[in-house]
Design a protein around this ligand. Structure first.
Ligand code: SAH
Ligand code: SF4
Ligand code: F3S
Length: 462
């Protein structure tokens, strides 16, 4: 994989000009509300979208009802994500009937699907603006067309896109920050739509990433999460990613996490980082997807169960207390009950801290969507429930094993469940609630005193 060209300074200057023109044109302060669906990539894209909107003079509104501009950043990884987005957008029709000046914008992965933008343009006249994942930086111009030229603006680019540096970002947290290190995916797992809607892999330059990280550290950020669909192929190999981790670690970023790692590319250099880098958190999201070799092959995952278990063994020998998490798909086309049992046995063997489990959802245009699938949905639901029950019991066991330990916690804010409590994560990624009056972004030493099913409770030591 090559570094891709950065979107030219002239193209960006043009968008900056549009930002200024929109700001002048609206004259008053308008409010925006962004609804983000999908993964961390989308969450971070929404931070950039918010950054551009604020540059254009918009202010954040807490609810859709308070906003003059509502923007949906959509996901299409599973059908239910898509239905949710569509249902939500249709709901806005009523809001617009009450407030005709409301601007409705839809962007993100779902807009990159074949024919989707055209469909929305025809069927939903109340949508003002549509953009895709490859032209987020052109939002100012599109918004200018809507606000100043009073026309609908629908633009989705088919190209892979380049990399856009230097857009404003409005981060949701002052202490934890996302940095996207690469875009797109080349893996084409047979069930997955992401490569079609996010394009081919392209890496940001190490200098740009390090500069961004340094600015974040200088502004008091305590934890950086590096993002990419497969960070192990950053600039073409695990060694490059390991080098980036070394340089960030040296910079003194208090905590570094990353996601996601594809098992086929998890290099020895990267595994070694868990033993050597003091700031790299002891947590690894290593999605297995399935425990049976035939299914892994049909999924085009390009590793075997044995290879995966070997990786787990290696990672744990380098870093014994590491918390592993996973994504698992149940009911891939043609998966028999016996093959599903291999997933259960793998989960028993690995003992994940947590696993995100999904029923396979056919995605138009992917290879798996045309594979014969005779397992009824009820059977798939029964299987996923078995898997969830198993994982819940493992999660709860692992939580109990944390009792008595003293943990360094990065406080994220007030606990939503317990008044008077704050919450934050351990290095390994467990959420801990504890009483205290500590501001977000502060570190606290906490003794774990009890465990719930998925979270821990602690008491402050200092
Ligand atoms: N790049 C990441 C994950 C991207 S999508 C990786 O490779 O691990 C997040 C998760 O959604 C995937 O890990 C997979 O478990 C799930 N997923 C993707 N496509 C799906 C589909 N068609 N049906 C059900 N789950 C799916
Ligand atoms: Fe999808 Fe596979 Fe790429 Fe992950 S690695 S985004 S699951 S194609
Ligand atoms: Fe969804 Fe796009 Fe992420 S499809 S999971 S928001 S990359």
């Amino acid at each position: 994989m090559k570094e891709r060209p950065i979107i030219s300074e002239e193209a960006l200057a043009e968008q900056r000009q549009y930002m200024a023109s929109v700001r002048d044109a609206i004259g008053q302060t308008l409010k925006y509300h962004i609804v983000t669906l999908g993964c961390q990539m989308n969450a971070h894209d929404s931070e950039t979208i918010a950054g551009m909107l604020e540059e254009m003079g918009f202010e954040n509104a807490p609810t859709r009802e308070d906003a003059d501009l509502v923007l949906y950043n959509t996901c299409c990884v599973r059908e239910n994500a898509e239905n949710k987005a569509l249902g939500n957008v249709i709901w806005l029709k009523e809001l617009k009937a009450k407030k005709p000046s409301l601007i409705i914008a839809v962007g993100g992965c779902m807009m990159q699907e074949e024919g989707m933008s055209e469909r929305l343009q025809k069927m939903y006249p109340f949508i003002d603006l549509v953009f895709g994942t490859h032209n987020t930086h052109r939002l100012p111009e599109l918004l200018y067309r809507v606000i100043v030229e009073k026309e609908r603006a629908f633009e989705v680019l088919k190209t892979d896109g380049s990399i856009c540096e230097g857009l404003p970002i409005r981060r949701n947290s002052a202490s934890q920050a996302y940095i996207t290190i690469m875009y797109g995916c080349n893996n084409f797992c047979s069930y997955c739509i992401v490569p079609y809607v996010r394009g081919r892999e392209r890496s940001r330059s190490m200098e740009n990433i390090l500069t961004e990280a340094q600015q974040l550290v200088d502004s008091g950020v305590q934890e950086i999460m590096l993002l990419g669909q497969n960070v192990n192929s950053y600039m073409g190999g695990g060694a490059h990613f390991a080098e980036l981790l070394y340089r960030l670690d040296k910079m003194g970023v208090p905590r570094i996490r990353f996601m996601t790692s594809h098992p086929k590319d998890l290099s020895d250099e990267l595994i070694a980082c868990f033993g050597e880098l003091p700031h790299l958190c002891k947590q690894l999201h290593l999605p297995v997807q399935a425990g049976n070799n035939r299914i892994l092959e049909c999924m085009n995952r390009r590793y075997t169960r044995e290879h995966y278990l070997e990786l787990v063994h290696k990672v744990r020998s380098v870093c014994p207390g590491i918390g592993l998490t996973s994504d698992i798909i149940v009911g891939f086309p043609g998966e028999t009950y016996e093959e599903f049992e291999d997933t259960l046995s793998l989960v028993r063997e690995v003992r994940y801290d947590a696993a995100f489990t999904f029923i396979y959802s056919p995605r138009p245009g992917t290879k798996a969507a045309v594979m014969p699938d005779s397992t009824p949905y009820e059977e798939k639901s029964r299987r996923i429930q078995m898997l969830i029950d198993l994982q819940n019991s493992i999660t709860s066991d692992i939580c109990s094993q944390q009792i008595g330990k003293t943990e360094h916690i990065l406080v994220e804010g007030a606990s939503t469940r317990d008044p008077g409590f704050v919450c934050g994560k351990t290095d390994r990624g467990h959420m801990v609630n504890f009483p205290g009056n500590i501001a977000s972004g502060q570190m606290a030493d906490v003794r774990i005193i009890s465990a719930g099913k998925t979270t821990l409770r602690g008491e402050l030591i200092k």
